[in-house]
Ligand binder design. Structure first.
Ligand code: NAD
Length: 242
């Protein structure tokens, strides 16, 4: 399904990004995992048998170097998955300004950096951008002011860039997962009160697994999704339907 496509997955060392990289590889794509964590990134690339590049998505120069290096080595770029992110469940009064900035820089600036650096190459390949939004970008959550602000930004950024590039052959979509079991959420999922909140908010009465997010990314990256752009697609066990 993704034969001959060249893809970058940011934050691909663990969690949802790693599952997406694995699924893309299974579907025949060439994948570059990019992550700030060199140890986990190298281990994932070793396990999946693909390329790893260290990259901090908060730094535009590093993202640009990642994209240009990939294009130089593999001859083009078809897909960028802007997945790298950090979490925060701090209310606005409790929040240190540094935490607000870190969440916005990683979760929103990082998405813009990947999109901007990749766009000239995606225009050449009729490629696509896949951003990781969140249910918290679509509806309110619990004590996640900076995270929700960033993810709401990702959702609107996705729509706007999709419109701007629709007539230039580039599709731009986001996946908005509900709660998924990854290193990001392991502490939250161990907190009984929070877990009860998740169960109560999710009609399917459970959280998801990274392997349940990856197929949506594979579909959006494929030519099967040729008429889909500007969509922010929940994969959330029904959370946003409630
Ligand atoms: P995770 O913490 O398990 O993995 C995130 C990866 O991003 C890590 O490998 C980390 O090293 C990397 N990363 C962090 N900051 C970076 C930076 N500045 N530059 C490059 N890489 C960086 O997270 P996850 O749960 O797999 O989440 C992946 C994406 O999905 C995130 O954008 C997250 O907000 C989103 N999401 C997750 C959930 C969930 O429940 N897990 C729900 C909705 C949305």
């Amino acid at each position: 399904m993704l034969d001959s496509k060249i893809a970058i997955v940011t934050g691909g060392a663990i969690g949802i990004g790693k599952a997406i990289a694995e699924r893309f590889l299974e579907d025949g794509a060439t994948v570059v995992i990019a992550d700030i964590d060199e140890e986990d990134g190298a281990a994932a690339a070793d396990e999946l048998d693909c390329r790893f590049e260290r990259c901090d998505v908060r730094e535009y120069d590093q993202v640009e170097a990642l994209v240009e290096g990939t294009v130089e080595e593999f001859g083009g770029l078809d897909v960028i998955v802007n997945n790298a992110g950090i979490s925060s469940v701090t209310s606005v009064e409790e929040m240190e300004l540094e935490e607000w900035e870190a969440v916005l820089e990683t979760n929103l600036d990082g998405v813009m950096h990947g999109t901007k650096a990749a766009m000239p190459h995606l225009r050449e390949s009729d490629g696509c951008v896949i951003n990781l939004g969140s249910i918290y970008g679509l509806v309110g959550g619990q004590g996640a002011a900076s995270y929700s602000a960033a993810k709401g930004g990702v959702v609107n950024f996705t729509q706007q860039v999709a419109i701007d590039y629709a007539d230039q052959g580039v599709r731009v979509n986001s996946i908005c997962p509900g709660f998924v079991e990854t290193p990001m959420t392991e502490d939250l999922l161990e907190d009984e009160r929070f877990y009860n909140f998740i169960e109560q908010k999710t009609p399917m009465d459970r959280h998801g697994q990274p392997e349940e997010i990856a197929p949506m990314a594979a579909f959006l990256a494929s030519d099967e999704a040729s008429f889909i752009t500007g969509a922010n697609i929940p994969v959330d066990g029904g959370w946003t339907a409630f």
